[in-house]
Design a protein around this ligand. Sequence first.
Ligand SMILES: NC(=[NH2+])NCCC[C@H](N)C(=O)O
Length: 400
Amino acid sequence: MSINVYSEVKELKRVLLHRPGLELENMEPDLLEELLFEDIPYLKKAQQEHDYFADVLRTNGIHVEYITDLLSTALSKDEIKKEFINEYLQLSEVKNKYILDALKDYLLSFDTKNMINKIVSGIRINEFKLKKETFSTKVRMNKQFYLLPLPNLYFQRDPIAFVGIGIVINKMRTKARRRESLFMKYVIKYNRDFKNTPVYYDMNNHFAIEGGDILILTDKVLAIGISQRTEPEAVEILAKKLFFETDESFETILAINIPKKRAYMHLDTIFTMVDTDKFLAHSKLESSLLVYVIKKGDKDLEVIEEKTSLEKILQKYLNNGEVKILKCGGEDEIAAKREQWNDGSNVLAIKPGVVIAYDRNYVTNTLLRENGINVIEIPSSELSRGRGGPRCMSMPMNRG
Ligand SMILES: NC(=[NH2+])NCCC[C@H](N)C(=O)O
């Protein structure tokens, strides 16, 4: 099944996930901030919740793929495995030669699946002994991990984005997540099912962009958040690529300037699409917005600034009569803040008007239902602790 994503809401056919694993158990309080968590999910329950999510998708006829399986197929040959490990260790900034060599040997001693699991879960200092210890290895090893875990990998929305028939391989803003994009880079390069997928942005670019900021509103219009995680230069590079170097149908990018703070981390933290004419958003969103409308000009990008309400801007650029923005938590201010904190605005549409949402955000879910949206709830005690919802946990590959 080929890559085909020209909508946020059209029927979802194929989606990419990561089932959380031991990487969550390699977090401890002193590491949380660096690893972008506020709390430690209980792994067993998190896996049960995640399996429930995957089952809901499958029950709705959606083909679920796991990133670790795709990578495992890509790393089928020894030389490719070595190339991947080299690049991974380089991105992890392992500089000491003795440690570097020991890590390479250690990783290559596993079969491909277990090697990938090790890379995701992180490698503790007490897992193996170095053959040779020196002053510098001693100093370097005065910590808990050779390689830190990738606890955010279950947020598959962020390291890449499928756009049209192609892929955007993201340069992640934070060191904690930078290595995640390498997984898909190798899938595109070496997994035969993906060999014709054009790459529209590469992780070697200097400027950060993350998938949670990229929304495909229609086959003509994208919305991209200028956020804590996505820089304007990255949007410019991507816009030029899409408009002038591909046959993609996209003509307009609404670059939405959002506050650069954790509570507004990505555009999809505060704004998701639930139907062809309905959106769900942070209750305080509208007052704080400036939208740059980037259009394909004759030879260069044309940019105008819009300062009216987001509803009006969407109405204008989606050519869609009425557009309605529902507010996370409704009119109750405490519920709005509480549910926003638990990713109430972050739902995944699997068809126009049908969304998957966390069960704990019941005020928002009731409001959605009152507005004609079919809400499928999934359990959320543990998954929500990573500060991402159903949209963040999934990367659509095909929408019909
Ligand atoms: N698309 C999203 N909203 N993703 C949420 C990612 C949450 C993750 N803990 C991070 O800080 O990166």
